[in-house]
Ligand binder design. Structure first.
Ligand SMILES: Cc1ncc(COP(=O)(O)O)c(C=O)c1O
Length: 413
């Protein structure tokens, strides 16, 4: 792929106007927002869709006979259809609406795995996982006596070639891996891993939180059994997310929580559960969040996932090149296949100090362990500075980042 030159990023020019939050000053400087892996900004279309729901259509879903409830239900269920199409799920019954990736992973751990695991069984993850794809498995292993096995990584932040496949033995009952690492941006070879798992009949969950905003996802093509993601990293609202589950597996699982909406009939003699996907959606959901997520998907599709992936790949190459030119910088995470994220350390400046100095220059990055402490331990650092890109970022943003880092180095020299 050709290298991106300065001022050659047409996608951001088209998109920036759609994001009001980008057009502000922070500490007297125009904002450069490079914390998209934590939460991305929202386009006007999402903000207005949510606002319209609150102004006109606010009511509970699935329950009312009145017009507002019909409108709310239509918009809510319409968003489910958009999500189904967005990830190419075979059926809307496979789209469970949750509060985010974290809840989606916990749901699978507790409802699919817990009844199936026993002492001697293994759950396989990787060293690259976010805590949301570690701790739920530690919990279910503690509850069942199963063992958590971790596939190793190398100095570039890639899975060690073939090591995960070697760990797949007859005791492995479940595999849970991220598609893209949030701390390093590494793209994992998930299709190969899924193929190896399938050959042994082992179900696979993909944590797609860092994949969906950046690349086309097709769960049927991936052939994964579960796929989890969050709205707030893909230009949608917070507190809403998705669990895709293969229909036959979801059918076989008990409800995760009990309450309203997940039942067909309740008596003191017993309860019959609702059909998919409602069996897993107890209580009043985050209606405005789901509707906003639908609008975020409309936005992503109107821009085009292939264009987004191409723009971000070129910009990441540019950012890695520019950061690499800074004296005293250590790039952490240099995998051959990467998406949109670069972690780094500068001299011996603590990442929090660096983040604070950058903030005073209007540049927002993330500092800390990024909810991936095992990754930090592997690289022997308490945390890193992390710049993460979205479709609206451009070479000027990267140049401002580099200038701000130079200033921090002067302050600490
Ligand atoms: C790879 C990955 N998985 C899971 C999560 C958790 O997402 P949420 O907090 O939206 O549940 C994140 C959030 O940073 C993430 O990056």
């Amino acid at each position: 792929m050709k290298q991106l030159q300065k001022d050659e990023a047409p996608l951001d020019a088209e998109c920036r106007k759609d994001f009001p939050a980008l057009h502000q000053e922070v500490h007297g400087q125009p904002l450069v927002y490079l914390d998209n892996a934590a939460s991305s900004q929202q386009p006007v279309s999402v903000i207005e869709t949510v606002s319209r729901y609150h102004r006109r259509d606010h009511a509970n879903v699935h329950r009312g006979v009145h017009t507002l409830s019909h409108r709310a239900t239509e918009a809510y269920e319409g968003a489910r259809d958009k999500i189904q199409a967005f990830i190419n799920a075979a059926s809307r019954r496979e789209i469970v609406l949750t509060s985010g990736t974290t809840e989606s992973v916990n749901l699978v751990a507790q409802s699919y795995c817990r009844p199936r695991l026993a002492a001697g069984d293994k759950v396989l993850i990787t060293h690259l996982e976010h805590h949301a794809n570690i701790v739920p498995w530690q919990l279910v292993c503690e509850q069942t006596g199963a063992e958590l096995v971790v596939a190793p990584i190398n100095d570039r932040g890639e899975l060690v070639d073939g090591a995960l496949e070697q760990l797949i033995d007859d005791d492995v009952r479940f595999i849970a891996i991220s598609q893209v690492s949030n701390a390093l941006g590494t793209i994992l070879p998930v299709k190969d891993i899924i193929a190896s798992a399938k050959a042994r009949g082992i179900p696979v969950l993909l944590d797609g939180a860092q994949a969906v905003p950046h690349m086309q996802v097709d769960v049927q093509d991936l052939d994964c059994d579960f796929f989890a993601f969050s709205g707030h990293k893909m230009f949608g609202p917070t507190g809403v997310g998705v669990l895709y589950g293969r229909e036959s597996l979801l059918e076989s699982m008990p409800p995760y929580q009990g309450g309203g909406d997940m039942i067909l009939e309740v008596s003191f003699d017993g309860t019959t559960y609702n059909d998919l996907p409602y069996k897993f959606e107890a209580g009043t959901p985050n209606i405005s969040g789901v509707i906003g997520l639908g609008a975020a998907i409309d936005y992503l599709q109107s821009v085009g996932m292939d264009r987004i992936a191409k723009h971000e790949k070129q910009l990441l190459d540019y950012m890695m090149r520019r950061l690499g030119e800074i004296d005293g910088i250590r790039l952490i995470g240099t995998a051959a296949e990467k998406a949109s994220v670069q972690s780094f350390m500068v001299d011996d400046i603590h990442p929090h100090d660096l983040g604070t100095i950058l903030d005073h220059q209007g540049v927002a990055i993330r500092t800390g362990h990024h909810c991936a402490m095992p990754v930090m331990d592997f690289f022997g650092v308490p945390g890193t500075a992390r710049a993460s890109l979205a479709l609206y970022n451009n070479t000027d943003d990267v140049d401002r980042l580099v200038t701000a880092i130079d200033k921090a180095r002067q302050i600490f020299s």
